[in-house]
Design a protein around this ligand. Structure first.
Ligand code: DX5
Ligand code: ZN
Length: 242
């Protein structure tokens, strides 16, 4: 196998470091999830979220196969990339993520998570994403045993702990996610980032942060409000225990 020239490695590592830096400057961070937003005026929605102080965007890509819902793919990620400098966190809820993950990096993802339930060989894809210079993470549904994920932690920049079964916004928070965040915070590397996703709102966000979550994905608790700034502001104050 022809070794990748070190210059390519260095470039990818430099890109990863600048992305790690971009994320870590603002933790814990609330990430609006683009699933329940108004896709009829995506440009305006992204602008409103930037004005509301969002530090990144969580893009929910669903294929109608791994999850029983179908959302959007590469053209929308490319369009959002052209529109904002915010960090893009792409959550792949798709089967065989190894077939498309690199295309999402080309489309503009800064961080890519894929489901441990969707691929036979997580390490290969985690390594491929790292070589492409993005941050790489494994996502795990509430009823998948956490043990399945532990062997792969050394290759993860981040773990996405689902607090709902992947597939839909507006579901109720599953408290098992708090135990998992605590467990991962205890067993994971100190630089392992933890993300929680699903049912995060004014009632649950503080316990998520207290359990160790660095990135808090919020969908309906933002998009059901007319004023995104007010919604994010209230969530932020709950985050710090206000
Ligand atoms: C569910 C998605 C979540 C969801 C969050 O499969 O991964 O990002 O959109 O929406 P809420 O916050 O409404 O649960
Ligand atoms: Zn998500």
């Amino acid at each position: 196998v022809n070794p990748v020239p070190t210059s390519v490695h260095c470039k990818a590592e430099a890109k990863r470091r600048s992305r790690q830096e971009a994320w870590s400057q603002q933790l814990p961070a609330i990430l609006p999830s683009l699933l329940l937003c108004d896709f009829g005026q995506l440009d305006r929605e992204v602008e409103r979220l930037e004005e509301a102080g969002a530090k990144g965007l969580h893009l929910d890509v669903m294929d109608g196969h791994f999850v029983p819902n179908l959302t959007y793919g590469l053209p929308i990620v490319e369009a959002i990339r052209r529109r904002t400098q915010l960090q893009l966190d792409v959550h792949l809820m798709i089967s065989r993520p190894e077939q498309l993950a690199s295309r999402f990096v080309e489309a503009g993802a800064d961080l890519v998570t894929f489901h441990i339930e969707a691929t036979e060989h997580p390490p290969e894809l985690l390594e491929q994403l790292r070589r492409l210079g993005v941050l790489a993470g494994l996502a795990i549904n509430p009823n998948t045993p956490l043990d399945a994920l532990l062997p792969h932690l050394p290759l993860c920049d981040l773990v996405l702990v689902m607090s709902v079964q992947a597939g839909f916004g507006g579901q109720a928070f599953e408290p098992v996610a708090l135990d998992r965040l605590t467990q991962l915070r205890r067993h994971g590397r100190s630089d392992l980032k933890l993300e929680v996703d699903g049912g995060v709102n004014l009632d649950t966000i503080h316990s998520c942060a207290a359990a160790g979550a660095d990135l808090l994905v919020v969908g309906s608790a933002i998009f059901r409000h007319a004023d995104y700034s007010a919604a994010i502001g209230q969530l932020k104050s709950r985050l710090t225990g206000g």
